[in-house]
Design a protein around this ligand. Structure first.
Ligand code: COS
Length: 381
Protein backbone atom coordinates (compact mmCIF):
# COMPACT_ATOMS: atom_id res chain seq x y z
CA UNK A 1 0.00 0.00 0.00
CA UNK A 2 1.39 3.34 -1.01
CA UNK A 3 1.05 5.04 2.34
CA UNK A 4 2.83 2.38 4.38
CA UNK A 5 6.29 3.45 5.52
CA UNK A 6 9.14 1.47 7.03
CA UNK A 7 7.91 2.01 10.60
CA UNK A 8 4.50 0.57 9.68
CA UNK A 9 6.11 -2.59 8.29
CA UNK A 10 8.38 -2.79 11.35
CA UNK A 11 5.53 -2.63 13.84
CA UNK A 12 3.58 -5.18 11.81
CA UNK A 13 6.51 -7.57 11.88
CA UNK A 14 7.17 -7.10 15.61
CA UNK A 15 3.53 -7.58 16.64
CA UNK A 16 3.05 -10.46 14.19
CA UNK A 17 6.07 -12.21 15.66
CA UNK A 18 4.75 -11.75 19.21
CA UNK A 19 1.22 -12.81 18.23
CA UNK A 20 2.23 -15.98 16.41
CA UNK A 21 4.90 -17.15 18.85
CA UNK A 22 3.51 -16.06 22.21
CA UNK A 23 -0.22 -15.44 21.88
CA UNK A 24 -1.61 -18.05 19.51
CA UNK A 25 -0.32 -21.15 21.34
CA UNK A 26 -2.60 -20.63 24.38
CA UNK A 27 -5.53 -18.94 22.70
CA UNK A 28 -7.89 -21.92 22.43
CA UNK A 29 -7.40 -22.69 26.13
CA UNK A 30 -7.94 -19.07 27.20
CA UNK A 31 -11.07 -18.89 25.08
CA UNK A 32 -12.41 -21.86 27.05
CA UNK A 33 -11.25 -20.72 30.50
CA UNK A 34 -11.83 -16.97 29.98
CA UNK A 35 -8.59 -16.42 31.85
CA UNK A 36 -6.98 -13.04 31.20
CA UNK A 37 -3.33 -13.47 30.06
CA UNK A 38 -1.48 -11.22 32.49
CA UNK A 39 1.89 -12.55 31.29
CA UNK A 40 1.09 -11.48 27.71
CA UNK A 41 0.07 -8.03 28.91
CA UNK A 42 3.48 -7.74 30.58
CA UNK A 43 5.12 -8.65 27.26
CA UNK A 44 2.98 -6.10 25.40
CA UNK A 45 4.12 -3.53 27.92
CA UNK A 46 7.78 -4.44 27.32
CA UNK A 47 7.22 -4.19 23.56
CA UNK A 48 5.89 -0.65 24.07
CA UNK A 49 2.49 -1.49 22.58
CA UNK A 50 0.44 0.20 25.28
CA UNK A 51 1.46 3.73 24.34
CA UNK A 52 2.05 3.53 20.58
CA UNK A 53 0.28 6.72 19.42
CA UNK A 54 1.16 9.03 22.31
CA UNK A 55 4.11 11.46 22.20
CA UNK A 56 7.35 10.47 23.85
CA UNK A 57 7.03 13.37 26.32
CA UNK A 58 3.94 11.57 27.65
CA UNK A 59 5.70 8.22 27.84
CA UNK A 60 4.39 6.95 24.50
CA UNK A 61 6.22 5.58 21.48
CA UNK A 62 5.52 8.72 19.45
CA UNK A 63 4.23 6.67 16.51
CA UNK A 64 1.17 7.42 14.42
CA UNK A 65 -2.40 6.14 14.58
CA UNK A 66 -1.76 3.93 11.56
CA UNK A 67 1.03 2.12 13.47
CA UNK A 68 -1.41 1.61 16.33
CA UNK A 69 -4.14 0.32 13.97
CA UNK A 70 -1.66 -2.14 12.47
CA UNK A 71 -0.74 -3.37 15.97
CA UNK A 72 -4.42 -3.97 16.81
CA UNK A 73 -4.89 -5.71 13.45
CA UNK A 74 -1.93 -8.04 13.96
CA UNK A 75 -2.90 -8.95 17.53
CA UNK A 76 -6.51 -9.59 16.47
CA UNK A 77 -5.28 -11.80 13.65
CA UNK A 78 -4.68 -14.42 16.33
CA UNK A 79 -6.53 -13.06 19.37
CA UNK A 80 -9.64 -10.90 19.33
CA UNK A 81 -9.40 -10.78 23.12
CA UNK A 82 -5.98 -9.13 23.17
CA UNK A 83 -6.79 -6.89 20.20
CA UNK A 84 -9.82 -5.64 22.09
CA UNK A 85 -7.83 -5.19 25.31
CA UNK A 86 -5.31 -2.98 23.50
CA UNK A 87 -8.00 -1.06 21.59
CA UNK A 88 -10.00 -0.30 24.73
CA UNK A 89 -6.88 0.75 26.63
CA UNK A 90 -5.48 3.08 23.96
CA UNK A 91 -8.47 4.50 22.09
CA UNK A 92 -11.02 4.59 24.87
CA UNK A 93 -9.13 4.58 28.18
CA UNK A 94 -6.14 6.79 27.35
CA UNK A 95 -6.87 8.91 24.25
CA UNK A 96 -9.67 11.00 25.77
CA UNK A 97 -7.46 11.92 28.74
CA UNK A 98 -4.69 12.87 26.33
CA UNK A 99 -7.03 14.76 23.98
CA UNK A 100 -9.41 16.46 26.41
CA UNK A 101 -7.67 16.41 29.79
CA UNK A 102 -6.09 19.40 31.53
CA UNK A 103 -2.29 19.56 31.54
CA UNK A 104 -2.32 18.21 35.10
CA UNK A 105 -4.59 15.30 34.16
CA UNK A 106 -2.44 14.47 31.14
CA UNK A 107 0.77 14.60 33.18
CA UNK A 108 -0.70 12.56 36.00
CA UNK A 109 -2.27 9.75 33.97
CA UNK A 110 -1.05 9.50 30.37
CA UNK A 111 2.60 8.51 31.07
CA UNK A 112 1.48 5.77 33.48
CA UNK A 113 -1.12 4.50 31.00
CA UNK A 114 1.24 4.66 28.03
CA UNK A 115 3.90 2.77 29.97
CA UNK A 116 1.37 0.15 30.97
CA UNK A 117 1.69 0.70 34.72
CA UNK A 118 -2.04 0.06 34.59
CA UNK A 119 -4.67 -0.18 31.87
CA UNK A 120 -7.28 2.41 31.04
CA UNK A 121 -11.04 1.91 30.69
CA UNK A 122 -14.03 3.88 29.41
CA UNK A 123 -17.50 3.99 30.92
CA UNK A 124 -20.33 5.17 28.69
CA UNK A 125 -22.88 2.35 28.40
CA UNK A 126 -25.49 1.91 31.13
CA UNK A 127 -28.53 -0.34 31.45
CA UNK A 128 -30.67 2.43 29.90
CA UNK A 129 -28.02 4.11 27.74
CA UNK A 130 -26.69 1.84 24.99
CA UNK A 131 -27.15 3.04 21.42
CA UNK A 132 -28.82 6.10 22.95
CA UNK A 133 -25.61 7.08 24.65
CA UNK A 134 -27.02 10.39 25.84
CA UNK A 135 -29.50 8.51 28.04
CA UNK A 136 -26.92 8.44 30.87
CA UNK A 137 -28.46 8.15 34.33
CA UNK A 138 -25.26 8.16 36.37
CA UNK A 139 -25.13 11.42 38.30
CA UNK A 140 -22.35 13.65 39.59
CA UNK A 141 -23.24 16.18 42.29
CA UNK A 142 -20.77 18.81 43.41
CA UNK A 143 -20.02 18.88 47.14
CA UNK A 144 -17.24 21.32 48.05
CA UNK A 145 -13.99 20.14 46.49
CA UNK A 146 -15.47 16.84 45.42
CA UNK A 147 -17.97 15.29 43.04
CA UNK A 148 -20.26 12.61 44.45
CA UNK A 149 -21.01 9.94 41.86
CA UNK A 150 -23.91 7.48 41.85
CA UNK A 151 -24.87 5.04 39.13
CA UNK A 152 -23.33 2.27 37.10
CA UNK A 153 -21.57 1.54 33.82
CA UNK A 154 -21.88 -1.81 32.10
CA UNK A 155 -19.84 -3.85 29.60
CA UNK A 156 -16.65 -2.03 30.60
CA UNK A 157 -13.64 -3.57 28.84
CA UNK A 158 -10.56 -3.83 31.11
CA UNK A 159 -12.91 -3.20 34.05
CA UNK A 160 -10.84 -4.89 36.75
CA UNK A 161 -7.44 -4.25 35.16
CA UNK A 162 -7.82 -0.52 34.77
CA UNK A 163 -6.11 2.00 37.04
CA UNK A 164 -8.35 4.73 35.64
CA UNK A 165 -11.86 4.81 34.24
CA UNK A 166 -13.00 7.83 32.27
CA UNK A 167 -16.80 8.02 32.38
CA UNK A 168 -19.81 10.23 31.74
CA UNK A 169 -22.29 11.49 34.32
CA UNK A 170 -25.19 13.93 34.39
CA UNK A 171 -24.11 17.17 36.12
CA UNK A 172 -27.36 19.06 35.52
CA UNK A 173 -30.86 17.83 34.72
CA UNK A 174 -32.32 21.18 33.61
CA UNK A 175 -30.78 22.07 31.25
CA UNK A 176 -29.48 18.55 30.72
CA UNK A 177 -25.72 18.45 30.93
CA UNK A 178 -23.34 15.51 30.69
CA UNK A 179 -19.74 15.83 31.85
CA UNK A 180 -16.74 13.50 31.83
CA UNK A 181 -14.74 12.42 34.88
CA UNK A 182 -11.81 10.22 35.81
CA UNK A 183 -12.04 7.80 38.71
CA UNK A 184 -9.05 5.88 40.02
CA UNK A 185 -9.16 2.23 40.94
CA UNK A 186 -9.55 1.74 44.68
CA UNK A 187 -11.54 4.95 45.25
CA UNK A 188 -14.08 4.21 48.03
CA UNK A 189 -17.55 3.69 46.54
CA UNK A 190 -16.14 2.61 43.15
CA UNK A 191 -16.99 -1.07 42.97
CA UNK A 192 -15.96 -3.42 40.18
CA UNK A 193 -18.38 -6.29 39.53
CA UNK A 194 -17.88 -9.83 38.27
CA UNK A 195 -16.35 -10.75 34.94
CA UNK A 196 -18.99 -11.20 32.23
CA UNK A 197 -19.31 -14.59 30.49
CA UNK A 198 -19.26 -13.68 26.80
CA UNK A 199 -19.83 -15.23 23.37
CA UNK A 200 -16.45 -14.07 22.09
CA UNK A 201 -13.31 -12.17 23.08
CA UNK A 202 -13.70 -14.32 26.14
CA UNK A 203 -10.27 -13.75 27.67
CA UNK A 204 -10.80 -9.99 27.67
CA UNK A 205 -11.97 -8.46 30.92
CA UNK A 206 -15.54 -7.12 30.73
CA UNK A 207 -17.18 -5.87 33.91
CA UNK A 208 -19.99 -3.84 35.37
CA UNK A 209 -18.80 -1.03 37.65
CA UNK A 210 -20.86 0.69 40.32
CA UNK A 211 -20.60 4.12 41.89
CA UNK A 212 -22.05 4.21 45.39
CA UNK A 213 -21.68 7.71 46.82
CA UNK A 214 -18.23 7.63 45.28
CA UNK A 215 -16.33 10.84 45.99
CA UNK A 216 -13.78 12.00 43.48
CA UNK A 217 -11.74 15.20 43.64
CA UNK A 218 -13.08 18.25 41.74
CA UNK A 219 -9.92 18.24 39.63
CA UNK A 220 -10.97 14.93 38.06
CA UNK A 221 -13.57 16.70 35.92
CA UNK A 222 -12.10 16.10 32.46
CA UNK A 223 -10.76 19.31 30.97
CA UNK A 224 -11.46 21.32 34.14
CA UNK A 225 -14.34 23.64 35.09
CA UNK A 226 -14.48 25.30 31.69
CA UNK A 227 -15.39 21.96 30.12
CA UNK A 228 -18.32 21.20 32.40
CA UNK A 229 -21.12 19.80 30.22
CA UNK A 230 -18.85 18.79 27.34
CA UNK A 231 -18.56 15.14 28.30
CA UNK A 232 -20.97 13.79 25.69
CA UNK A 233 -19.10 15.50 22.86
CA UNK A 234 -15.76 14.31 24.24
CA UNK A 235 -17.11 10.78 24.23
CA UNK A 236 -18.56 11.03 20.72
CA UNK A 237 -15.20 12.29 19.43
CA UNK A 238 -13.45 9.51 21.30
CA UNK A 239 -15.72 6.95 19.62
CA UNK A 240 -14.87 8.42 16.22
CA UNK A 241 -11.27 7.42 16.94
CA UNK A 242 -12.19 4.20 18.73
CA UNK A 243 -14.16 2.96 15.75
CA UNK A 244 -10.92 2.89 13.75
CA UNK A 245 -9.49 0.39 16.21
CA UNK A 246 -12.60 -1.80 16.13
CA UNK A 247 -12.28 -1.66 12.33
CA UNK A 248 -8.64 -2.72 12.71
CA UNK A 249 -9.65 -5.50 15.06
CA UNK A 250 -12.24 -6.74 12.54
CA UNK A 251 -9.66 -6.53 9.78
CA UNK A 252 -7.25 -8.66 11.80
CA UNK A 253 -9.91 -11.28 12.52
CA UNK A 254 -10.85 -11.43 8.82
CA UNK A 255 -7.21 -11.80 7.83
CA UNK A 256 -6.73 -14.49 10.48
CA UNK A 257 -9.68 -16.41 9.03
CA UNK A 258 -8.16 -16.22 5.55
CA UNK A 259 -4.78 -17.32 6.97
CA UNK A 260 -6.43 -20.48 8.28
CA UNK A 261 -8.50 -21.12 5.15
CA UNK A 262 -5.70 -20.93 2.55
CA UNK A 263 -3.44 -23.78 3.73
CA UNK A 264 -6.47 -25.93 4.41
CA UNK A 265 -7.93 -25.67 0.91
CA UNK A 266 -4.50 -26.28 -0.60
CA UNK A 267 -3.89 -29.43 1.43
CA UNK A 268 -7.30 -30.97 1.98
CA UNK A 269 -8.08 -33.49 -0.76
CA UNK A 270 -11.56 -34.70 -1.70
CA UNK A 271 -12.62 -36.48 -4.87
CA UNK A 272 -8.91 -36.99 -5.54
CA UNK A 273 -7.91 -33.33 -5.64
CA UNK A 274 -7.21 -30.31 -3.39
CA UNK A 275 -10.52 -28.70 -2.53
CA UNK A 276 -9.04 -25.31 -3.49
CA UNK A 277 -9.08 -26.53 -7.10
CA UNK A 278 -12.89 -26.51 -7.01
CA UNK A 279 -14.22 -23.22 -8.27
CA UNK A 280 -16.84 -22.91 -5.51
CA UNK A 281 -14.03 -22.97 -2.93
CA UNK A 282 -11.44 -20.93 -4.80
CA UNK A 283 -13.91 -18.15 -5.53
CA UNK A 284 -14.80 -17.99 -1.87
CA UNK A 285 -11.10 -17.48 -1.08
CA UNK A 286 -10.87 -14.79 -3.76
CA UNK A 287 -13.92 -13.00 -2.35
CA UNK A 288 -12.49 -13.10 1.17
CA UNK A 289 -9.19 -11.61 -0.03
CA UNK A 290 -10.95 -8.89 -2.04
CA UNK A 291 -13.17 -7.81 0.82
CA UNK A 292 -10.27 -7.84 3.28
CA UNK A 293 -8.23 -5.63 0.98
CA UNK A 294 -11.12 -3.17 0.68
CA UNK A 295 -11.59 -3.15 4.47
CA UNK A 296 -7.87 -2.55 4.95
CA UNK A 297 -8.00 0.52 2.71
CA UNK A 298 -10.96 1.94 4.63
CA UNK A 299 -9.41 1.32 8.05
CA UNK A 300 -5.95 2.64 7.12
CA UNK A 301 -7.48 5.66 5.42
CA UNK A 302 -9.46 6.47 8.58
CA UNK A 303 -6.27 6.09 10.65
CA UNK A 304 -4.41 8.37 8.24
CA UNK A 305 -7.18 10.98 8.48
CA UNK A 306 -6.94 10.91 12.27
CA UNK A 307 -3.18 11.41 11.98
CA UNK A 308 -3.83 14.44 9.74
CA UNK A 309 -6.35 15.87 12.23
CA UNK A 310 -9.07 15.74 9.55
CA UNK A 311 -12.80 15.14 10.20
CA UNK A 312 -13.27 11.51 11.03
CA UNK A 313 -16.85 10.76 11.95
CA UNK A 314 -17.98 9.53 8.53
CA UNK A 315 -14.77 7.67 7.68
CA UNK A 316 -14.36 5.82 10.96
CA UNK A 317 -18.02 4.77 10.84
CA UNK A 318 -17.74 3.43 7.27
CA UNK A 319 -14.47 1.65 8.09
CA UNK A 320 -15.89 0.01 11.21
CA UNK A 321 -19.18 -0.92 9.57
CA UNK A 322 -17.58 -2.47 6.52
CA UNK A 323 -14.67 -4.20 8.26
CA UNK A 324 -16.85 -5.77 10.95
CA UNK A 325 -19.26 -7.19 8.39
CA UNK A 326 -16.30 -8.45 6.31
CA UNK A 327 -14.93 -10.15 9.44
CA UNK A 328 -18.23 -11.98 9.99
CA UNK A 329 -18.35 -13.14 6.36
CA UNK A 330 -14.67 -14.14 6.35
CA UNK A 331 -14.98 -16.16 9.56
CA UNK A 332 -18.13 -17.84 8.25
CA UNK A 333 -16.38 -18.67 4.96
CA UNK A 334 -13.35 -20.05 6.79
CA UNK A 335 -15.60 -22.35 8.82
CA UNK A 336 -17.39 -23.42 5.66
CA UNK A 337 -14.24 -24.36 3.73
CA UNK A 338 -12.81 -26.17 6.75
CA UNK A 339 -16.09 -28.09 7.01
CA UNK A 340 -16.57 -30.05 10.22
CA UNK A 341 -13.00 -29.21 11.28
CA UNK A 342 -13.97 -25.54 11.16
CA UNK A 343 -16.71 -26.27 13.65
CA UNK A 344 -14.14 -27.68 16.13
CA UNK A 345 -12.54 -25.35 18.63
CA UNK A 346 -8.98 -26.51 17.97
CA UNK A 347 -9.05 -25.09 14.42
CA UNK A 348 -9.58 -21.51 15.70
CA UNK A 349 -11.98 -20.28 13.02
CA UNK A 350 -15.19 -20.82 15.00
CA UNK A 351 -13.64 -18.50 17.64
CA UNK A 352 -13.02 -15.94 14.92
CA UNK A 353 -16.73 -15.90 14.13
CA UNK A 354 -17.60 -15.38 17.81
CA UNK A 355 -14.92 -12.71 18.25
CA UNK A 356 -15.98 -10.93 15.04
CA UNK A 357 -19.53 -10.51 16.30
CA UNK A 358 -18.26 -8.07 18.94
CA UNK A 359 -17.11 -5.75 16.14
CA UNK A 360 -20.69 -5.38 14.88
CA UNK A 361 -21.81 -4.33 18.37
CA UNK A 362 -19.05 -2.64 20.40
CA UNK A 363 -18.34 1.11 20.01
CA UNK A 364 -21.66 1.49 18.24
CA UNK A 365 -23.70 -1.23 16.54
CA UNK A 366 -23.75 -1.54 12.76
CA UNK A 367 -27.17 0.14 12.92
CA UNK A 368 -25.64 3.16 14.70
CA UNK A 369 -22.80 3.32 12.14
CA UNK A 370 -25.43 3.42 9.36
CA UNK A 371 -27.28 6.15 11.26
CA UNK A 372 -24.09 8.20 11.62
CA UNK A 373 -23.18 7.74 7.93
CA UNK A 374 -26.70 8.50 6.68
CA UNK A 375 -27.01 11.61 8.90
CA UNK A 376 -23.81 12.94 7.38
CA UNK A 377 -25.21 12.47 3.89
CA UNK A 378 -28.85 13.33 4.40
CA UNK A 379 -28.85 15.60 7.43
CA UNK A 380 -31.67 15.11 9.92
CA UNK A 381 -34.84 14.48 7.95
N1 COS B 1 -18.21 14.54 17.31
C1 COS B 1 -18.47 15.72 17.92
N2 COS B 1 -19.69 16.06 18.37
C2 COS B 1 -20.68 15.19 18.17
C3 COS B 1 -20.48 13.95 17.53
C4 COS B 1 -19.19 13.64 17.08
N3 COS B 1 -18.92 12.50 16.47
N4 COS B 1 -21.65 13.29 17.48
C5 COS B 1 -22.56 14.09 18.06
N5 COS B 1 -21.97 15.23 18.48
C6 COS B 1 -22.60 16.38 19.11
C7 COS B 1 -23.67 16.97 18.22
O1 COS B 1 -23.12 17.90 17.31
C8 COS B 1 -24.62 17.61 19.20
O2 COS B 1 -24.08 18.85 19.58
P1 COS B 1 -25.05 20.13 19.84
O3 COS B 1 -25.90 19.74 21.01
O4 COS B 1 -24.10 21.23 20.16
O5 COS B 1 -25.83 20.33 18.58
C9 COS B 1 -24.52 16.69 20.40
O6 COS B 1 -23.28 15.96 20.29
C10 COS B 1 -25.65 15.67 20.43
O7 COS B 1 -25.58 14.97 19.23
P2 COS B 1 -26.79 14.17 18.61
O8 COS B 1 -28.05 15.01 18.70
O9 COS B 1 -26.41 13.65 17.28
O10 COS B 1 -26.95 13.00 19.64
P3 COS B 1 -27.94 11.77 19.64
O11 COS B 1 -28.47 11.63 21.01
O12 COS B 1 -28.87 11.86 18.48
O13 COS B 1 -26.96 10.52 19.46
C11 COS B 1 -25.56 8.93 18.35
C12 COS B 1 -26.04 10.39 18.47
C13 COS B 1 -26.68 7.96 18.07
C14 COS B 1 -24.62 8.97 17.16
C15 COS B 1 -24.80 8.54 19.63
O14 COS B 1 -25.70 8.38 20.73
C16 COS B 1 -24.01 7.27 19.48
O15 COS B 1 -22.91 7.29 18.91
N6 COS B 1 -24.54 6.15 19.99
C17 COS B 1 -23.79 4.92 20.03
C18 COS B 1 -23.02 4.88 21.29
C19 COS B 1 -21.94 3.88 21.23
O16 COS B 1 -21.19 3.79 20.27
N7 COS B 1 -21.82 3.12 22.30
C20 COS B 1 -20.80 2.14 22.42
C21 COS B 1 -19.98 2.45 23.59
S1 COS B 1 -18.48 1.63 23.47
S2 COS B 1 -18.12 1.19 25.27
Amino acid sequence: MIYLREEHEMIREAVRDFAVNEVEPGEVERDASQEFPHHLLEMMKDLGLLGIPFPEEYGGAGMDVLCYAIAVEELSRVSGSLGLTLAAHVSLGTSPIYEFGTDEQKKKYVPALAAGEYLGAFGLTEPNAGSDAAGTQTTAVRDGDEWVINGQKIFVTNGSLAGTLIFTAVTSREPRQISAFIVEKGTPGFVVGKKEDKLGCRASDTRVVFFEDCRIPAENLVGGESELGKGFKFFMKTLDGGRISIGAMALGIAQGALDKAIPHVRERKQFGQAIGSFQGVSHRIADMATEIQAARHLVYNAAWLKDQGKPLEHHSATAKLFASEVAMRAADSAIQVLGASGYMREYHVERYLRDAKLCEIGEGTSEIQRLVIARQLLGRL
